[in-house]
Design a protein around this ligand. Structure first.
Ligand SMILES: [Zn+2]
Length: 147
């Protein structure tokens, strides 16, 4: 259960509205901080910064195992994109499918997809988490801590 005192929440600590959720997802999909929209949360394609350089949001909010869910999201997205592309390709060229090329390209694309999707899945996971569990007091540097 989230430790949220209803008397102690205020923007940006209040539950996210639909507009705010869409904004955070849009920021995540463009590799920006879901909270403030600044760049610099991606340290390298396969490495995230520890905190947002502007608002100080910790990218792994709850510690090192926090983003395990982003791995699941990454694999689901990779498989979903694969199925969509495969079905679109089959519908476009049916019945003259080049199975020889397909049996080489499909596994290579599936192997590459998790790496291509890595930063997106991390930040979309963070945006989804922020939507469901809004920021708490003290979570951002400089915000008041509860005593
Ligand atoms: Zn930020």
């Amino acid at each position: 259960m989230v430790d949220l005192d209803p008397l102690d929440v205020e923007p940006p600590f209040a539950p996210a509205s639909a507009t705010r959720i869409a904004q955070m997802l849009g920021r995540a999909l463009t590799l920006r901080c879901p909270n403030c929209g600044s760049r610099g949360v991606v340290a390298g394609w396969l490495k995230m910064a520890e905190r947002c350089p502007v608002c100080g949001l910790r990218i792994e909010r709850e510690g090192n195992d926090y983003l395990t869910g982003s791995v699941m999201l990454n694999i689901v997205l990779a498989e979903l994109i694969f199925v969509i592309v495969l079905v679109a390709y089959l519908l476009a060229v049916w019945p003259r499918v080049n199975w020889d090329v397909l049996q080489i390209v499909a596994p290579l694309a599936m192997a590459a997809a998790p790496f291509v999707l890595f930063p997106f899945s991390k930040l979309v996971w963070l945006a989804a988490d922020l939507s469901l569990r809004p920021l708490r007091r003290g979570e951002l540097p400089g915000s008041a801590t509860r005593s």
